[in-house]
Design a protein around this ligand. Structure first.
Ligand code: HEM
Length: 434
């Protein structure tokens, strides 16, 4: 596992400057220069961006929050920045259009969910179901998850199977072995009209976590960790573009999101939670592994690929498509249920699925570059009380076994940090006060 670092060759990293970013974001949307924004973690606020979700006006709006510059280890950061969009070690060296083109027609045409079809907090699962790669009902099983997520994204069977198993345990049906991509829903479990005999063992921060890129921390929005907070999306959309990392590698008129820029985004978003959420918690599975891995999923699974750029690139418009974001900056809006796989979009090669080993390699690269992003700790009921635990054993478990080894045997609870009040938070409804 350690040898992946040696595989990564160094090359210069281009930092994107705000005035150039504005032009690039505008260009991607076929228009230029609307609005202003700052560098760092963004200065978007309600009213400046056409935000449509009420959470933006409450505890979850980004509201001009500025992140401290993340502490970094410069040689590890150079390795992190050298990663292409296919994971540490830049493993995607081939392009086969037949293999990589993801069909969005016929059986796989986009259809928005009907009122009895379930969607949840995961843009990857929602898009897969909207295109029929998972059952459009939103209820699936282990086998379909593994096959469907490989076909749509090139997800390795090891992590797809492990996540499906975890989902069955957390918010699935132990008898039928089905699970709902609605996941932990705001009203406290799997929708009863679709699954029967549901054993709801879900509690917050077992899997669904704080410090998501675009969703709110559950306790801050009456249990709603599903809805996209547009100002959170906008912060990333604008401030995490890197010049020279678009469709044509090295082209300074072209930008895209990268594993390194999203590692910094995670450092920022989790710092926001520490600063704003009195009951923020980062547990071993949900916080140390899954939450930052989800940021990496966006780059590794949503990037487009071509012969010219075999590692892939993620443009602002493709990022919006997968996240059901419509409109043009700064007038972005989230339209629930509209997560789409773009037409003429090529996923990572079947030969190099994103698997447990790559997931580990990306997290270790990130933790070496930005050590504070290896969060394992919690606030104790008030902001400003964050205590970081000793991450040595979690790091060792991650290094040796990866995501898979954090998933408990059937019937065994997920390991949580003790003494963290956030672990007691179990959302029961939109109006459930903490
Ligand atoms: C069996 C496979 C999967 C399961 C069970 C799963 C489940 C989940 C759950 C429960 C969440 C909510 C966690 C949280 O942020 O609080 C989540 C978030 C997320 N998932 Fe998945 N997921 C799977 C596969 C994927 C794939 C293939 C992708 C990408 C194509 C993906 C991308 C994401 C992203 C980006 C988020 C964070 C969204 C945000 O912060 O706004 N997931 N997933």
């Amino acid at each position: 596992m350690k040898s992946f670092v040696a595989l990564v060759a160094f090359a210069g990293h281009v930092t994107a400057y705000p005035f150039v970013l504005e032009e690039l974001v505008g260009r991607d949307d076929s228009s230029y220069g609307r609005g202003t924004y700052g560098s760092g973690c963004g200065n978007q606020g309600p009213g400046s961006g056409g935000y449509t979700w009420p959470g933006d006006n409450g505890a979850c709006g980004w509201n001009g929050y500025k992140c401290p510059t993340p502490k970094y280890n410069s040689s590890a950061q150079a390795i992190s920045q050298k990663r292409g969009n296919c994971g540490a070690g830049n493993p995607c060296t081939t392009f086969d259009p037949k293999d990589q083109l993801v069909s969005t027609s016929g059986d796989y045409a986009f259809k928005a969910p009907t009122s009895n079809q379930i969607r949840g907090p995961c843009p990857g699962l929602n898009a897969a179901a909207n295109h029929g790669y998972l059952s459009r009902s939103g209820v699936t099983n282990n086998q379909e998850t593994v096959a469907g997520l490989f076909a749509a994204y090139g997800m390795g069977a090891d992590i797809a199977g492990a996540l499906a198993q975890l989902s069955i345990e957390q918010f699935g049906d132990p008898v039928t072995q089905q699970w709902s991509i609605g996941g932990p829903v705001p009203n406290g479990g799997v929708p009863q009209n679709v699954l029967t005999n549901v054993g709801i063992s879900y509690s917050h921060n077992n899997y669904e976590s704080d410090a998501s890129q675009t969703r709110c921390d559950a306790a801050l929005l009456r249990g709603d960790a599903h809805s996209v907070i547009v100002s959170r999306f906008t912060e990333t959309y604008v401030n995490r573009l890197v010049i020279g990392r678009g469709a044509t590698p090295g082209n300074k008129r072209d930008a895209g999101y990268t594993l390194d820029s999203f590692a910094q985004d995670y450092t920022c978003k989790s710092q926001w939670s520490i600063d704003k959420n009195p009951v923020y918690v980062s547990n071993p599975l949900a916080g140390f592994v899954v939450a930052p891995a989800a940021f990496n999923f966006i780059i590794n699974f949503m990037s487009n690929h071509s012969a010219e750029n075999t590692q892939g690139w993620l443009s602002p418009s493709v990022y919006k498509s997968f996240f059901a974001i419509q409109g043009e900056y700064p007038n972005l809006r989230w339209v629930k249920g509209q997560e789409r796989i773009p037409n003429n979009w090529y996923r990572r090669p079947s030969l190099t699925p994103y698997n447990n080993a790559l997931l580990v390699a990306d997290l270790l690269t990130q933790y070496a570059a930005y050590p504070e992003s290896a969060r394992l700790g919690c606030n104790n009921g008030r902001t400003g009380t964050y205590t970081q635990g000793n991450a040595a054993s979690a790091l060792s478990e991650l290094t040796t076994g990866g995501l898979v080894s954090f998933i408990p045997a059937v019937g065994t609870p997920v390991t949580q940090l003790s003494g963290c009040p956030g672990n007691l938070y179990a959302p029961k409804g939109q109006d459930q006060p903490y």
